[in-house]
Ligand binder design. Structure first.
Ligand SMILES: NC(=O)c1ccc[n+]([C@@H]2O[C@H](COP(=O)([O-])OP(=O)(O)OC[C@H]3O[C@@H](n4cnc5c(N)ncnc54)[C@H](O)[C@@H]3O)[C@@H](O)[C@H]2O)c1
Length: 335
């Protein structure tokens, strides 16, 4: 099968491209290689993909409507895994327009490509941040998600809404995946695990928000990727029996579905820091800070729907996952 993977130089897109090609699929990966974080890491991921004959990289911006339209028309993709986005909750307070350009316009460009070229399945990244002010735990895709607390979260919820309208209007099967704090080797420098690791090695203080009273459903990269490729094979169908009064928000009369992909076990931030200190073998210099605007207190994924649909439950525990990351970090940055 021929796949388009957007955000292929990014953390998750890099792994998804590797796994799809190893399964025998042809993958065209696209990315604009923006400088939100160190571009050398993005280029290094692409270098890893270079020997893979079934992978081809095209540098293009999602905002380039003609470029993306031409790509869809020439390549005739069977499926699209759309992971390119402006990620990060905190940065959306500083640079909101980057989110409108990449996540709203960019998502529309991909939807239009799918609409005009008979793509058989669009799988796209949503986020646990859509749960916003929700407090009922664990977070379930049956819950209403109408109260985002960052613009990033609002764009991800918008992606789900935009996708539903295209599934309804044009019959495009779409699957939205709410990822829960993804971590692992080749991970993002703007995320806590990477930042803390760097600071501990450099002997700098680490900032611990809300005095450590936070918990995250950390999900190891291999678990995320396994979920993504399994969902790609699980194409949603229109369900004529669904109706808006009785039906769930996670599916529809249109060929549309939403899943959580999380580990299903929230870890307290301080336990996470303990695990990191043990893996590195150095005690962190902890700087306790107040809560940050835009952040949520706790995330916890209900993953029953994912298990029922694709017979897979994320399973890597935090100690093992953090150790894998630290081993990679040491080797990559030679520390
Ligand atoms: N990593 C997580 O914990 C997490 C959690 C929830 C959701 N997500 C979502 O998963 C997806 C992948 O995340 P990631 O962690 O791999 O992030 P990432 O930043 O490493 O990867 C995203 C890639 O998209 C590219 N990109 C951004 N805007 C673009 C544009 N306009 N045109 C072309 N390319 C563009 C970037 O250069 C980057 O390489 C994103 O949609 C993100 O919002 C990630």
């Amino acid at each position: 099968m021929k796949y388009l993977v957007t955000g292929a130089a990014g953390f998750i897109g890099f792994y998804v491209s590797k796994v799809l090609t190893s399964q025998g699929h042809d993958v065209v990966g696209i990315d604009n290689i923006n400088d939100y974080y160190d571009v050398n890491l993005k280029y290094s991921r692409l270098t890893e993909l270079e020997p893979v004959t079934k992978f081809r990289f095209v540098k293009v911006d999602l905002a380039d409507r003609t470029g993306i339209a031409n790509l869809f028309e020439t390549e005739k993709f069977d499926r699209v895994i759309h992971l390119a986005a402006q990620a990060g909750v905190r940065y959306s307070l500083d640079n909101p327009f980057a989110y409108a350009d990449s996540n709203l316009i960019g998502h529309l460009t991909i939807l239009e490509g799918c609409r005009n070229n008979n793509v058989k399945h669009l799988v796209y990244a949503s986020s646990s941040s859509v749960y916003g002010l929700n407090t009922k735990m664990p977070f379930n895709c049956d819950d209403a998600v109408d109260h985002p607390i960052s613009l990033y979260a609002a764009t991800k919820k918008s992606n789900e809404l935009m996708s539903h309208s295209y599934s309804h209007l044009y019959g495009i099967p779409t699957s939205g995946l709410r990822f829960f704090t993804v971590y692992g080797p080749w991970g993002r420098p703007d995320m806590a695990l990477f930042k803390f690791t760097k600071k501990i090695f450099d002997g700098d203080q680490i900032d611990i928000y809300n005095n450590g009273e936070l918990a995250r459903d950390f999900t190891y990269i291999d678990d995320i990727v396994e979920g993504v490729v399994r969902v790609a094979d699980c194409v949603p169908e229109a369900n004529s029996k669904w109706n808006a009064e009785l039906g769930s928000p996670k599916n529809s009369s249109a060929p549309y579905q939403i899943f959580n992909i999380g580990n299903g076990q929230p870890v307290a931030l301080l336990d996470f820091v303990d695990a990191l200190e043990k893996s590195i073998g150095i005690k962190a210099n902890r700087n306790m800070m107040p809560m940050q605007p835009g952040d949520v207190y706790k995330t916890w994924a209900d993953t029953d729907d994912l298990f029922k649909a694709v017979n897979y439950q994320p399973k890597v525990d935090i100690k093992h996952g953090v150790q894998q990351f630290v081993d990679w970090y040491r080797a990559f940055y030679k520390v």
